[in-house]
Design a protein around this ligand. Structure first.
Ligand code: B12
Length: 210
């Protein structure tokens, strides 16, 4: 069942994925297993094939669409652990980077944990992050980067916060495949998490409500 879901992600079968995920849910599979062993496992395989030049951008985009369709179905079920009123998060993918599937998954977990989330989308400049923080006054700023080449944009954004005199107003939480705890420490971020579930947990710790 999970293999079929993973295969549907790999082959970008947007229509099929909804039926398969629904079927898995009906048969009592856990949201966690559908995510990890189905959708994410499929996307990991896509990543390998992409790296090995066995898949190309148009196919990967279809896979991304299929993954998102599956995620949309799971999203309401990720709710329920938190209850409302934990605080506000402004989040975005950093400048130069348009990957958003991981960020969207993190958002689902954050919302599930009771956070209100303002999503700035992708390719977000340091200045736009600064403006949003001034406007929204969130407790947490989340940044995602999937490209090694755009990692420095996280650092640039933190520097822009310092320059604008608002660094102390928010906790900065970073993530994305090339991000590590060591990198997060080196740029002065307040937290790092490797995936959506631990990201939401970290966010709760950062606002002092674990
Ligand atoms: C899908 C995909 C694309 C799609 C993106 C579609 C979309 N809407 O997002 C498209 C085809 C557009 C694309 C384009 C490119 N891609 Co691409 N892409 C991928 C792929 C296959 C999957 C990424 C993904 O969605 N994973 C699934 C999600 C669920 O996982 P995730 O993103 O890692 O997120 C999780 C964690 O990282 C974490 N997390 C993520 N963000 C955050 C934020 C916070 C705050 C926290 C706490 C946690 C957190 O939690 C998430 C959920 O568990 C990866 C390979 C891979 N396996 O990662 C390559 C990959 C990221 N891409 C890569 C490259 C090189 C590119 C291109 C430069 C290719 C090109 N030559 O054009 C372009 C760049 C475009 C740009 N400017 O951004 C490389 C990056 C190498 C590197 N280290 O720099 C990878 C690793 C592929 C590879 N093996 O070479 N890509």
């Amino acid at each position: 069942m999970f293999t079929e879901i993973a295969e549907a992600v790999i082959h970008g079968e947007v229509d099929k994925i909804t039926a398969l995920v629904q079927q898995a849910l009906n048969s009592g599979a856990s949201v966690h297993d559908i995510l990890e062993q189905g959708l994410i496992a499929g996307m990991n395989e896509v990543g390998q094939r992409f790296r090995d030049y066995e898949m190309f951008v148009p196919e990967v985009l279809l896979s991304a669409k299929a993954m998102q369709a599956g995620l949309n179905l799971l999203k309401p079920l990720l709710a329920g652990t938190g209850g409302p009123g934990r605080g506000k998060v402004v989040i975005g993918t950093v400048e130069g980077d348009i990957h958003d599937i991981g960020k969207n998954l993190v958002i689902s977990f954050l919302e599930g944990a009771g956070f209100e989330v303002i999503d700035l989308g992708t390719d977000v400049s340091p200045q736009r992050f600064v403006e949003a923080i001034k406007q929204e006054a969130p407790q947490i700023l989340g940044m995602s980067s999937l490209l090694t080449s755009t990692l420095p944009a996280m650092h640039k954004t933190i520097e822009a916060l310092i320059e604008a005199g608002i660094r102390h107003q928010v906790k900065v939480l970073v993530g994305g495949a090339p991000v590590t705890q060591a990198y997060a420490d080196s740029i002065g971020a307040d937290g790092y998490a490797p995936d959506g579930a631990s990201g939401a947990m970290k966010a709760r710790q950062l606002v002092g409500r674990p």
